[in-house]
Write a protein that binds this ligand. Structure first.
Ligand code: PDD
Length: 285
């Protein structure tokens, strides 16, 4: 079955899913996006993703493409048309089509595209083995709190990791880890405290991060939101990352150094379990 895409009001086959060459998302990366996970055909924490979408739009003075009600109805229709049970729903809003000019168009008409990707999120093979990361300089712009499609920095970092035989990269700025290429980064210290960088313009405020930190505190773990270094990672008991596309994923080595016992640890495993259990029970986490 070929996939159905949503493009500016129409549900179309992939070969008909087209946008203009003059779309500002294409020319200037003047577009924001969200990725929501889907389990049993249901969007997980979508309300929180749409809230963050509004924040991204506001920060860029970009008009929304439609109301939230319309958005949710398009999302549900797209899941149905593609019969997606487990995977991801990607949506992107751009400032629309205008002749190329750095200044914003006077009357922008935002464009909206969406598509689905089937993916095994629960039975993910890497959840059992853990993944390896390398550390790389964070070369991204200074507003990483806005979820824009300007993703060349993380794309280069990811490719550098793969070329080095690792799975992903953790980006480092002024000596401290910011985040992974498309995820938030954590360590479990020797004193069992879970540590993750505080929110700010330097990282994306992850929707999964928010839920996982809540679940961690509710489960009795101590959590601190403070930056950590690559040396801290090497000395930690465990490391992991979170994202809508991976939930909670153990990280077992950095720059070739085993973290803890060099295998997925109990804290990451427990948080992954709690996240999945909760997501299977309710849509808003
Ligand atoms: N990325 N940090 C960055 C830089 C990200 O791109 C993402 C998500 C996250 C985690 O956010 P959340 O928990 O809301 O997914 C953190 C998505 C999955 C992507 O670009 O595919």
């Amino acid at each position: 079955m070929s996939r159905i895409f949503y493009v500016n009001g129409a549900f179309v086959d992939e070969q008909d899913a087209k946008i203009s060459v003059l779309d500002r998302g294409f020319l200037f990366a003047d577009a924001v996006y969200e990725v929501s996970s889907v389990l049993n055909g249901k969007l997980i924490d979508n309300r929180a993703h749409l809230k963050r979408l509004h924040r991204s739009l506001n920060e860029l003075s970009m008009p929304p493409a439609c109301t939230d009600e319309e958005m949710v109805s398009y999302q549900h229709r797209l899941l149905e048309l593609n019969q997606l049970e487990e995977g991801l729903l990607y949506l992107q809003v751009s400032r629309g089509v205008a002749d190329r000019d750095f200044a914003f168009p006077a009357n922008p008409k935002s464009s909206l595209v969406m598509f689905t990707q089937a993916k095994k999120l629960i039975d993910s093979p890497t959840a059992n083995t853990g993944i390896s990361v390398i550390s790389v300089p964070d070369i991204r712009w200074q507003r990483r709190d806005i979820k824009t499609v300007g993703l060349l920095g993380p794309s280069l970092a990811k490719q550098q990791a793969l070329d080095a035989g690792a799975n992903d990269a953790w980006m480092v700025e002024e000596g401290y880890v910011t985040e992974g290429t498309s995820n938030n980064a954590y360590i479990v210290r020797k004193d069992k405290v879970i540590q993750t960088r505080h929110l700010g313009n330097e990282i994306l405020s992850g929707i999964t991060r928010d839920a996982v930190l809540r679940f961690a505190r509710e489960s009795g773990f101590d959590v601190v939101e403070e930056p950590f270094t690559v040396d801290d990672v090497k000395q930690a008991d465990e490391a992991f990352f979170t994202s809508a596309s991976a939930f909670v994923m153990p990280v077992v080595s950095i720059d070739g150094h085993a973290i803890g016992e060099g295998k997925p640890g109990p804290v990451a495993a427990r948080l992954r379990e709690v996240y999945i259990e909760t997501a299977l029970k309710r849509e808003d986490l």
